[in-house]
Design a protein around this ligand. Structure first.
Ligand SMILES: Nc1ncnc2c1ncn2[C@@H]1O[C@H](COP(=O)(O)OP(=O)(O)OP(=O)(O)O)[C@@H](O)[C@H]1O
Length: 254
């Protein structure tokens, strides 16, 4: 569905992505993992057209979206939902108007239809009837749910999540993880999740891709990932403590 082809990106002289290739399959949930500063958020920004690659292509259904004009991007973004790290809700707007934001900006739907969609999406994330609440009255977990309802409002084909469990306690994180998986199963939407949270990644993702020094060190399904003998990946998975297994050093598997 989406392919990164020989994609490179640099901020001035700092190379962030170095000739990477990645396939994002229709309907899958793919987790992008990597240390702080490895370029995960940059990759999301490239996928939503907020950055342009230095070289290479991003193909979506055969079209190179990295060369799109702003008008083409306006149409393409209707097919994408983005869930931001700290929810990025407008505190001055009610919850209902936050969820309605993209619908009002990008469609000419009647107000009654927008209200119906907002009610439907809030129900989907377990917050039915919260239209009149203000974001600053809500917990972090509820804000994340509203961010997700907003991303779902335009029925996107792909949802991009930047650290969906950041700042949440383990129980609220589990709640968000379940919700992401439910959305996946109910709506068959393609999802890309940038996260440091290994519990979350293993729970929600079908496949994982580990970014390090501008390259994907490993792109694999969950079982392969858990069993890899790559030392750096095992250290990352286990929070810096190596499990008892035979390790390989500095060997790229992708
Ligand atoms: N606008 C920018 N201009 C210059 N350098 C930037 C910019 N944004 C990010 N960087 C640098 O690019 C590198 C990758 O940043 P990015 O935010 O993509 O990493 P990340 O893997 O998402 O990190 P984290 O997990 O901490 O959010 C970092 O070294 C960062 O300092």
């Amino acid at each position: 569905m989406i392919s990164l082809c020989d994609l490179s990106f640099a901020y001035k002289s700092q190379c962030i992505l170095d000739h990477v290739n990645l396939e994002i399959h229709q309907g899958e949930t793919l987790a992008i993992l990597g240390a702080s500063g490895s370029g995960k958020s940059t990759l999301l920004r490239l996928l939503i057209g907020l950055q342009k690659p230095t070289s290479g292509k991003i193909l979506w259904d055969g079209q190179d979206i990295s060369r799109f004009s702003e008008t083409q991007w306006d149409r393409a973004r209707m097919r994408m939902g983005m869930v931001f790290q700290y929810s990025a809700l407008f505190d001055s707007l009610s919850v209902g108007e936050n969820v309605a934001f993209g619908l009002r900006q990008r469609t000419s739907l009647a107000d009654t239809e927008i209200r119906r969609i907002v009610a439907e999406k809030l129900a989907l994330v377990g917050l039915a009837g919260k239209e009149e609440a203000r974001p600053n009255e809500l917990s972090g977990g509820m804000k994340k749910r509203i961010g997700l309802a907003r991303a779902l409002a335009l029925n996107p084909e792909i949802i991009l999540y930047d650290e969906p469990t950041a700042g949440l306690d383990p129980l609220r994180s589990a709640d968000i993880n379940r919700l992401i998986r439910d959305m996946q199963q109910q709506l068959q939407v393609t999802s890309v999740i940038v996260t440091h949270d290994m519990t979350s990644a293993f729970y929600v993702a079908d496949r994982l891709a580990f970014l390090q020094q501008g390259k994907f060190r490993l792109i694999a399904d969950k079982e392969t990932f858990k069993k890899t003998k790559d030392r750096d990946i095992q250290l990352f998975i286990h929070g810096g403590i190596l499990p008892h297994m035979e390790m390989r050093n500095n060997e790229m598997e992708c």
